[in-house]
Design a protein around this ligand. Structure first.
Ligand code: ZN
Length: 87
């Protein structure tokens, strides 16, 4: 039998499927402010296909951040994605 390689899998909070970390965006929410994960505190993951699905992703963010401010969340997410892609 071929050896099985196990990659750590993380769950996307929007679709609840598991992916390798490289297919996920790691975020955090502190005092209802959404940001890219800074290395400290609690974080959560979104898969790249959910990130493209604005309705689904905003609902998941509202849950993760315990915030009902959908407009802020989706604007903030777009900024984070732009930053991530530039770096
Ligand atoms: Zn997902």
């Amino acid at each position: 039998m071929a050896p099985k390689v196990n990659y750590p899998q993380r769950m996307c909070v929007a679709c609840r499927e598991r992916f390798e970390q490289k297919f996920l965006l790691r975020l955090q929410c502190k005092e209802q402010k959404l940001s890219a994960f800074s290395g400290l505190g609690r974080s959560f993951y979104l898969c790249l296909s959910c990130v493209e699905d604005e309705k689904r992703v905003t609902r998941a963010l509202a849950r993760a951040c315990k915030s009902g401010d959908m407009k802020y969340l989706s604007t903030q997410l777009k900024e984070i994605i732009t930053d991530v892609r530039q770096s």
